[in-house]
Design a protein around this ligand. Structure first.
Ligand code: FES
Ligand code: FES
Length: 156
């Protein structure tokens, strides 16, 4: 077992974990962060994307021990003071989800995209989200939502 200390959605946790434990399993099973889904077991779908020290990562491709000392934000920590994050609002308003399984990962990847490129073109949005798969929407409304959030000036 290894001791890790990690801040998740503003709360700091110290836990003993097996060195092989994946971050996504730690988040879901130890911390109850079930808003972060698992969509594959091959690091392909992006459903499990979270922010780690300000950059998006697929939490199924990170070991919990690699997150020791990190500051992590999941979809459950994105809203502030009961207010949706502009990307959450934009996904809702632009009907950018159907089953919703990909949505937490899409939004967390889009947060990173807009942080590094606040005014992306449609092509840059599509490229920025290419690590996140959606089986339902055909991506059109997702791109529209990210574009609409960008127009509100989201930077974090
Ligand atoms: S569950 Fe992590 S990429 Fe699919
Ligand atoms: S909304 Fe169903 S997978 Fe994206």
């Amino acid at each position: 077992m290894a001791r890790i200390t990690v801040t998740v959605d503003g709360v700091t946790y110290s836990d003993d974990v097996e060195p092989r434990l994946l971050l996504v399993h730690y988040l879901r099973e130890r911390l109850g962060k079930t808003g972060t889904p698992i969509g594959c077991d091959t690091s392909n779908c992006g459903a499990c994307t979270v922010q780690m020290d300000g950059a998006s990562v697929k939490s199924c491709s990170v070991l919990a021990v690699q997150a020791d000392g990190a500051d992590i934000t999941t979809i459950q920590g994105l809203a502030q003071d009961g207010e949706w994050h502009p990307l959450q609002r934009a996904f809702h308003e632009q009907h950018a989800l159907q089953c919703g399984y990909c949505t937490p990962g899409m939004i967390m990847a889009a947060v990173d995209l807009l942080r590094t490129n606040p005014h992306p073109t449609e092509q840059e949005i599509r490229e920025g989200l290419e690590g996140n798969l959606c089986r339902c929407t055909g991506y059109e409304n997702i791109v529209r939502a990210v574009k609409s959030a960008a127009e509100t000036g989201v930077t974090s």
